[in-house]
Design a protein around this ligand. Structure first.
Ligand code: G6Q
Length: 545
C-alpha cells in the first residue's frame, strides 16, 4: 500500500520554507540571476530519453530546486510513483488502479491488478489491433460492396477523441496518405455532416470509441453514422459488420448497438479516458501510421515512464516540470501555463493537454475529502508558434499577469524548405530571451524613441519559460512528450494530495442534459421545475425552434 504525508500541503516544512524563500524573487530578477552565474544557462538543464529541458529561465535558484525536491519527498512522491506502477488503487474515488503505464509495458513485464497480471491482455489486444489495421491498410478487409476501405472516421468524445485527433495530426507525416482520417465528436450535427459529406459509405469505416459506450454524444453520432451508411448502401443491415468496429470496455452495450463483439477492441477500467490514446482508443492512430510505428510510439511512452520511475527528482524531467508548475501556481499566483509548440504537426497538442491537465488536477478536495488548502490545477492553454506571437503573446510580454510558458521545438523539421526551420527556431529562442530579459527604458531611449512613448515600449522581462528541445517529431518522440506531461500532472496532483484520476465534473454534464432533453422534445408544453432562468430559456427555445 502507499503512504501519504499526514500534513496538509501548506503545513509541510518544505512548503513553509518555499514560502519564505519566494520573497527572494521580489528583489532578484532573471537578469540578475543570470548575471550572478555565467554558467546558469548550462547548469539549469536536464536531458533524458532524448528530450533536453532548459529550465534556467525560471525564477529559481539551486536552493529553490532543492526545496521543491524536498517538498516532493515530504509529499511522498516516490511512494506514490511506486504505488501507481504497482497497480495500487490510487484513484480512490472510483476505487481503481491507474495503469496507463501498463499499456506500454513490454511483453514479459508483470503488473498485477487484483491478483492478475494485466500485461498479457494488453499485448493480446495490441495484436488484434495490428492484424485488423494491417487488413484495412492492405485492402484485404473489404467493405460491404467489395470495395476497399479508404476512409476511417473515429466517433468519440473527450478522452476517446482528443488523443486520437492529436496523434493523427502530430503523426500525419508518417500516415498512410492514400487514406482519409476524420474525427467526429460534437453532438452538433454539423460535425457529423461535414465529416461525411464528401465520403462514399461503401469505402468508409467507423470506429465507435467509447469506454462506457453510454455517452450521449458518441451514441447519437454512432446512430447517425449507422443511418448514413445504411441509406448509402441500400439498407442491408449486414453492412454494419463491415463498416463498424467498436473500442470499449462495455461488450454488452456494444452488442446492443448492433456491433459484433468480434469487431470490438477492449480496454480496462484502470485506463482513464484522458490517458487512453495508447490503448485500443488509438486504433485510428494505428491504422494511420501502421502497427510498427504505433509500437514505436509505445516504446517512447515506456522510455519516459522508466525515466520518471527511476531518475532522482532533481534530474527527473516530469518531476521538474511538475514542481515548476506548482511553484508558479502556488507561490506566484500564476493562473495559467502556456504550451507553445513550434511544430505545426503539434497544433492539437495544447488542446489535448487542456484535458489531460485540467480534468486531472481541477479538484477542490484532497484524497481524504477535505477542502484543499491551496490552489490546484493551473489552466493549460496554447497555440502553435509562430502564430501565437501575432495574437496573444502581447499579453505574455507586456500584460499584468504572470504566464509561465513551455516552448517545444525540434532540431530538425520533417519538411525541410529553404530557411523556414531556422526562422522558426530563431523565434523560440528570441521569445524565451525577450520574456526573460525584457528591454529597459534606457535601451528603448537609446534607440531614439520619443520620451512619451518609452513606457509603452518597455518590456519588464523576468517572465519565466521552459524550452524543450528534441531531435525530430516521430512516433517515439510523441510518446515521450505525452508521457512527460502525464507524469508532470501526476507530480502536481501528488503535491496537492488530490485524486488526479477521477472526473466527477464531467459525469455531472452527462447527467444534467438528460433531464432537459424530453422538455425540449415533448410535443406538449412540459411542466418546468427549474429556476426561472432555465425555465424561461427552455420555453423560448421551444417557441422559436
Ligand atoms: C476522460 C473523461 C472523459 C471521457 C469522455 C468520453 O478522462 O472521462 O473525457 O473520455 O466523457 O467517455 P466515453 O469514452 O465513456 O464515451
Amino acid at each position: 500500500m502507499f503512504s501519504t504525508s499526514s500534513l496538509a500541503t501548506t503545513q509541510r516544512p518544505a512548503w513553509k520554507a518555499l514560502q519564505a524563500h519566494s520573497s527572494l524573487f521580489n528583489e532578484k530578477s532573471l537578469k540578475q540571476l543570470f548575471a550572478e552565474d555565467s554558467q546558469r544557462g548550462e547548469k539549469l538543464t536536464a536531458e533524458a530519453a532524448g528530450i533536453f529541458l532548459d529550465y534556467s529561465k525560471n525564477r529559481i535558484t539551486e536552493e529553490t530546486l532543492s526545496l521543491l525536491c524536498q517538498l516532493a519527498q515530504e509529499s511522498c512522491l516516490r511512494d506514490r510513483i511506486d504505488a501507481m506502477f504497482h497497480g495500487d488503487k490510487i484513484n480512490i474515488s472510483e476505487n481503481r488502479a491507474v495503469l496507463h503505464i501498463a499499456l506500454r509495458a513490454p511483453k514479459g513485464q508483470k503488473i498485477m491488478v487484483d491478483g492478475k497480471d494485466v500485461v498479457p491482455e494488453v499485448h493480446e489486444v495490441l495484436e488484434r489491433m495490428s492484424t485488423f489495421s494491417n487488413r484495412i491498410r492492405s485492402g484485404e478487409w473489404k467493405g460491404h460492396t467489395g470495395k476497399r476501405i479508404k476512409n476511417v472516421i473515429n466517433i468519440g468524445i473527450g478522452g476517446s477523441d482528443l488523443g486520437p485527433v492529436m496523434a493523427y495530426e502530430a503523426l500525419r507525416h508518417y500516415s498512410e496518405r492514400s487514406m482519409t482520417f476524420r474525427f467526429v465528436s460534437n453532438v452538433d450535427s454539423t460535425d457529423f455532416v461535414e465529416a461525411t459529406r464528401d465520403l462514399d459509405p461503401s469505402e468508409t469505416l467507423f470506429i465507435v470509441s467509447s469506454k462506457t459506450f453510454g455517452t450521449l454524444e458518441t451514441l447519437t453520432n454512432a446512430h447517425s453514422a449507422r443511418d448514413w451508411l445504411l441509406t448509402g448502401l441500400g439498407g442491408d443491415e449486414k453492412a454494419i459488420a463491415k463498416h463498424f468496429v467498436a473500442v470499449s470496455t462495455n461488450a454488452e452495450k456494444v452488442s446492443a448497438f448492433g456491433i459484433d463483439t468480434q469487431n470490438m477492441f477492449g480496454f480496462w477500467d484502470w485506463v482513464g479516458g484522458r490517458y487512453s490514446m495508447d490503448s485500443a482508443i488509438g486504433l485510428s492512430t494505428m491504422i494511420a501510421i501502421g502497427p510498427d510505428q504505433f509500437q514505436e510510439m509505445l516504446a517512447g511512452f515506456h522510455e519516459m515512464d522508466e525515466h520518471f520511475r527511476t531518475a532522482p527528482f532533481e534530474k527527473n524531467l516530469p518531476v521538474l516540470m511538475g514542481l515548476l508548475a506548482v511553484w508558479y501556481n502556488d507561490f506566484f499566483d500564476a493562473q495559467t501555463v502556456a504550451v507553445l509548440p513550434y511544430d505545426q504537426y503539434l497544433k492539437r497538442f495544447p488542446a489535448y493537454l487542456q484535458q489531460l491537465t485540467m480534468e486531472s488536477n481541477g479538484k477542490h478536495v484532497t484524497l481524504d475529502g477535505k477542502k484543499v488548502d491551496t490552489q490546484t490545477g493551473p489552466i493549460y492553454w496554447g497555440e502553435p508558434g509562430t502564430n501565437g506571437q501575432h495574437s496573444f503573446y502581447q499579453l505574455i510580454h507586456q500584460g499584468t499577469r504572470l504566464i509561465p510558458c513551455d516552448f517545444i521545438t525540434f532540431y530538425k523539421t520533417l519538411n525541410p524548405l529553404g530557411r523556414h526551420h531556422d526562422l522558426l527556431v530563431s523565434n523560440v529562442f528570441a521569445q524565451a530571451e525577450a520574456l526573460a530579459f525584457g528591454k529597459t527604458a534606457e535601451q528603448v531611449r537609446a534607440e531614439g524613441t520619443p520620451e512619451k512613448l518609452i513606457p509603452h515600449r518597455v518590456f519588464e522581462g523576468n517572465r519565466p519559460s521552459n524550452v524543450i528541445l528534441a531531435d525530430v517529431l516521430s512516433p517515439k518522440m510523441l510518446g515521450k512528450l505525452v508521457a512527460l506531461y502525464e507524469h508532470s500532472v501526476f507530480t502536481q496532483g501528488t503535491i496537492w494530495h488530490i485524486d488526479s484520476f477521477d472526473q466527477w465534473g464531467v459525469e455531472l454534464g452527462k447527467v444534467l442534459a438528460q433531464a432537459i432533453i424530453p422538455e425540449l422534445e415533448s410535443p406538449t408544453a412540459p411542466e418546468l421545475k427549474h429556476d426561472s432562468s432555465t425555465n424561461h430559456l427552455i420555453s423560448l427555445y421551444r417557441k422559436k425552434k
